[in-house]
Design a protein around this ligand. Sequence first.
Ligand SMILES: Nc1ncnc2c1ncn2[C@@H]1O[C@H](COP(=O)(O)OP(=O)(O)OP(=O)(O)O)[C@@H](O)[C@H]1O
Length: 763
Amino acid sequence: MDASSKKVSIKTAARVRPCSHGTNLQSSLTIDSENSTIIVKSKNKEYRLNNVFDEDVTQETIYDTVAQPIVYDFLGGINGTIFAYGQTGSGKTFTMNGYKITETSDSPTRGIIPRSIESIFEILNEQSKNDPQFKFSIKCSYIEVYKKVAFDLLQTDSATVKIQASGEQIIIVGAAEFVVTSAKECLSHFKNGWNNRKTAPTSMNRESSRSHAIFMLTLVTEEIQGISVNLRTSRLNFVDLAGSENQKQTKSTGERLKEAGSINQDLSHLATVIRDLEKKDSFIQYRNCFLTHLLRDSLGGNSRTSVIVTVHSNLKFVNDTLSTLNFAENCKKVKNKAKVNVAVSTKDVEAWKTEIQRVQKDKSSLMEEIQQLKEEKEQMEKRQKEDAGTILILQNEKKTLKVEAAKHVQEVNEEKQNLQTQISFLEKNVAEQKEQINALEKSQKEAFEFQLAQMKKEYDLKIKKLSNDLNKANEKEKKREAEIAEMKQINSGLQNDNKQLKEKVQALQIINDQMKNQRDADDNYEQPDICSDNGDLDYVDENEVPIIPTDESVSSGEESDSKENEVPMQASPGSTSHQSNIIRAPNYRLGSEYYRSKWIKHLYIFDFNDKTLCYNYVIPPKNEKSKKAHFICINCKNKHKTNVCATIVSNENGEECVKLDTKKHVCQRQKFEPQTIIYEPDYKLITVECGGKKVERLYVLDSNDKTFYYDYIWNQSAQSYRCSNCVKKKHYSSAHLTKDESKKECCVLSAQKHHHDCKPKKL
Ligand SMILES: Nc1ncnc2c1ncn2[C@@H]1O[C@H](COP(=O)(O)OP(=O)(O)OP(=O)(O)O)[C@@H](O)[C@H]1O
């Protein structure tokens, strides 16, 4: 093979990644693999590359189409580079390495690198087998560029790696080179290196490469041809670039954001270098970035280069797809000058001559490079000069701005001074006005206080006068009230007197009537048999007959009301007119009733059929001491002025009985309701204060429930105690305090029952 070189364009291929499982999205791309075209539908943009692969392409096809030609050239002594470029998660690593780093040699998903390694060793082994003169040695090294710093992936201490340029050659300093004798050995280093690579999960890829990884194979072959020995040296770079990332879309933060920034800068510089390579006479700034510096040969230099771009078909990533395809299109325009790197041919003079020629050529290419560097230097100086001009302009602008700023500051200061003068003037004014206001307030306050004091004095005097007047009026009022009370007292005394007088007049009237009736009766009186022994009745003396209130008179509410009984006279049962009649117990009963401070003996002759009805007889006080107890019916006497008598006698057996008068009763039988006599503690007389006066109250316990009592008040005119509740209903149930016949203190309750609305009080 000769060392002459010819310009060859970078080969470009595009691979469309299949959609993830479960996503059934419409493709944004139209892929025509046959014509090697890919159309971005939404942008209506068509790209024509060397190869276009759809989702179904196999790893084998990719290797055969993209990598194999480069591998063959590499074996022939020509430098080669295979790039994978594309958005994160689009399948670069899958294309370069395969599905898994641990895949075996028969796995169909193995990527370009394992396939290349296997193929290289297979061919070289085959060749050395066929040609015993043929010798080869292979070294491998593996580095990554992370955040603009390069590290050796085959050394665990993560040593940093530097680049040195020697003529056309790029020498990597600090990266370990391992001599490998078999594909297995080589793959083992590759896998170790890969495991040291920096990865992290991104929104697009669970295991995203966060660095650019470059796996390098350096091959030296020795081939004897006649008298000459050809030493060929070639390098093959496998470049798996870190994925470009739309930072707005991925919303990464912190370390991920820094990584993404650095990756995007590197890729953008790579794109700039490739764009500049199209332009003629353009200065290419390889050295500005480690990646471009390292791959200098591969980009427009001594190398056969293939770029495979990977894209997503998802419409969501259409902008990234466009940018990736633009990159591929630009790469396509870059032309490299690849040549066979024959190191030495040493066998005879011819070979030396050829070597000299080669060295001279190298020299002239070095001169060219020197020239190129000089030009670069000149351009840089030119740029520096331009920059210096710009700096001068900027300095002048700065000076002008400074002067303007100083002016402005002065103006502001002056204005500030003016304002301060105005402020102090205003402050002075304000202070003066404040003083005036204070003085005014003070004088107003004094005047107001003086007025207030005057008014207070006047009011005090008025109030004093008014309170004096009021006191006088109160005293007058009191006097008037006392006079009224006195007059009321006199009036009530007079009323009482009047009432008492009336009562006395009524009583006298009754007595008068009774006496008159008595006289009339006496005139007509037929002497009963029982009284005939002396032919004269003591008790018919009208002065001696007690005026005892009948039930009817009591129930009418007037103690001495002696209305005539309108009921016609009836004969009592069991008695006949003008016939004497003997009554035995229990048809009669003797008793005593208290009347006008005296105990009067009573004889009750009961109805034979109804023992609740009786005729009520009394002994006239005058006859009390007589041996024969002659009783007289008080109703007949009082109402009809008729003497109907009854006498207590003994019959032939010595038994006590009552002998009745033969005279008919002119009254009717009354209800048998004798007075009730009670003893302490069934009653209690107490004295209570009432309106400053001492008043007697008689409490009589309820016979049914002795926790209740009736309240009686002394009534002067009636000379008895009266139930205070019944009085309100004009109903007069009364009580007397006296001594019974055995001289024991007792309380006599009138036969008159309490009014039906009168309820006893709780004790
Ligand atoms: N053609 C393909 N067929 C099947 N699976 C694929 C294909 N391309 C990519 N994948 C899968 O998609 C995932 C992401 O792929 P990969 O890691 O190769 O992307 P990448 O471009 O290298 O991403 P990054 O730049 O983030 O490292 C992986 O799980 C990979 O196995």
